[in-house]
Design a protein around this ligand. Structure first.
Ligand code: GLN
Length: 531
């Protein structure tokens, strides 16, 4: 049986509950335990798959095709484990399952209620995570802030988990803001006291409070929090803002949170080995010299929309001790006239994934500019499709070439729906999750991956139309990756170019600290050489 740690948030959202939980996960894993992570989101969307990235940030995709919250990306990058669909549950998903059961008569005429039906559905996810992961520890984060109406069923469910499994098996960690008032130059503990009071009113006494502060704090304050919030002083963990999220595990290690957890949950920790992680943080510290990468996207107002892309670029940069600076170019505003103003000094251009027509013309210009001017280019998913369509229009002389996503009646549908036409639903119907790509011998990508295959995650609907393969090849495009079973094109590349690669899959989901995804590593290497 697994032990459970639940992370809740107090006072405000956006405090880094995910980073705190992941950091604890790293420490426990490096102490010899098998760790699994899970996120509960209080919103009513079934999953983030259909949510606007500008509002919600990136949709992270798990190997088994779950469209999940971006926090899962942090979890995977920190604990270096592949998570599953069950790692991401929204209130909407819990309600949908319960209502579906109700419609199928599975409650045998009983009144269906938040308690016990919704709470049971939530608890089931917790226990499923335990079962399928076989982990020693399942760390579950409850999104939002304690006190939100929507999060109440989740808080009630985790209270019940403690009833089910007992104090030795379940622990509550409350991450809360300790605000600093710059006028009176003091920290105020009252908001934390109130949020713990709120927790108590819901039947939960936190075991640990992680205070999020702007800097270090006096021990008098931790003593005060301990007294007012009814926990031992050593269980008040101080977590000041860090220069990089990757330093947080080292901060948490110093606070001994993993040992506090081990003591309460009666876990045997082996010697905690954080040497690999420390080396990674040292690499970050050494990464002073900057390189710029231009990202031409359409959700640039919120960089979280491209979180895994950014982390992958940064991680790749650190391996060469380079700090990657992002230059955001809004594809919606990019045109022939302002092209040079925006991309004139670009040393590397990345066009990320996206949906719909907006910004397509701008992205197309960026791909053309990179191709013609020998500037390293990495096209991800839509960015790969754009590169192919641009090539068809400007090299193959097919001026109306397009994807049927943008122009359903194009005479040259370079991308089209190949599998599963006539879908009615838009949610959860993309080609999702992991597929194995066979890499072409002698290609750049096979060199980068150092082998014959690449296993990567997908999230798209439109596929390269194989009727055009020959024409493209004759004009010099190399199809260097293919999903053999269905003969789907996964990677294109241009030889005789510093670096021009497009992947139909999303390589950004598999970069981990010290282990950048090969495409990102190759791209960043090319950008560095192109300075
Ligand atoms: N809109 C494109 C498709 O569905 C690309 C998707 C993406 O970039 N994730 O095929």
């Amino acid at each position: 049986m697994a032990k459970f740690i639940f992370i809740t948030g107090g006072v405000v959202s956006g405090l880094g509950k995910g980073i705190t939980g992941s950091s604890l996960g790293v420490l426990l894993k490096q102490s010899g335990l098998k760790v699994f992570m899970q996120k509960f989101d209080p919103y009513l969307n079934i999953d983030p798959g259909t949510m606007n990235p500008i509002e919600h940030g990136e949709v992270f995709v798990t190997e088994d095709g779950g469209e999940t919250d971006l926090d899962l990306g942090h979890y995977e990058r920190f604990i270096d484990e592949n998570l599953f669909k069950v790692s991401s549950t929204s209130a909407g998903k819990a309600y949908a399952e319960v209502l579906d059961n109700e419609r199928h008569g599975r409650y045998k005429g009983k009144t269906v209620q938040v308690i016990p039906h919704i709470t049971n559905s939530i608890k089931e996810k917790v226990y499923t995570a335990e079962e399928i992961s076989g982990a020693d520890i399942v760390i579950s984060e409850i999104g939002g802030t304690v006190g939100d109406i929507e999060s109440q069923p989740f808080i009630e469910a985790i209270r019940q988990v403690r009833m089910d499994r007992g104090y030795e098996n379940v622990m509550f960690i409350h991450v809360a803001l300790l605000p600093y008032l710059s006028v009176s130059r003091e920290y105020k503990t009252k908001p934390i006291q109130h949020s713990v009071k709120e927790m108590l009113s819901l039947g939960i006494q936190p075991d640990v409070i992680v205070t999020r502060t702007v800097g270090d704090i006096d021990s008098k304050l931790t003593e005060k929090i301990s007294l007012f919030c009814n926990i031992p002083t050593e269980n008040v963990i101080v977590c000041p803002d860090a220069d990089t999220i990757y330093r947080v595990p080292l901060i948490i290690e110093k606070s001994n949170l993993h040992k506090i957890v081990a003591k309460q949950l009666k876990l045997n920790l082996k010697n905690t080995d954080m040497s690999g992680w420390k080396k990674f943080v040292e690499d970050i510290e050494k990464s002073v010299e900057e390189i710029k990468i231009h990202i031409v996207g359409k959700y640039v107002e919120l960089s979280d929309a491209y979180l895994s892309v950014m982390e992958s670029l940064k991680i790749a940069g650190y391996t060469w001790h380079k700090k990657v600076k992002f230059v955001w170019v809004n594809a919606r505003n990019l045109n022939e006239k302002n092209l040079l103003d925006n991309l004139g000094d670009a040393k590397g251009i990345l066009v990320p994934g996206g949906f719909g027509e907006a910004g397509i013309a701008g992205k197309m210009l960026a791909a053309k500019y990179a191709r013609e001017n020998n500037i390293p280019y990495l096209g991800i998913c839509l960015g790969m499709q754009i590169a192919c369509i641009e090539f068809a229009r400007n090299v193959l002389n097919l001026p109306e070439a397009n994807t049927t996503e943008v122009d359903p009646s194009t005479p040259d549908p370079i991308f089209d729906i190949i599998i599963g036409k006539n879908r009615e639903k838009i949610g959860g119907t993309l080609r999702l999750g992991k597929y194995t790509t066979k890499l072409k011998k002698g290609s750049l990508v096979s060199e980068l991956y150092g082998g014959e295959t690449a296993v990567e995650r997908h999230r798209h609907r439109y596929e390269f139309n194989n009727d055009y393969i020959e024409k493209f090849e004759q004009a010099g495009m190399v199809f260097s990756g293919i999903y053999e079973e269905k003969k789907l094109i996964e990677i294109v590349e241009l030889p005789n170019h510093k670096f021009f690669v497009g992947s139909q899959y999303h390589p950004e989901f598999t970069s981990r600290p010290n282990k950048p995804n090969p495409l990102f590593k190759g791209f960043v290497d090319a950008v560095i050489k192109n300075q």
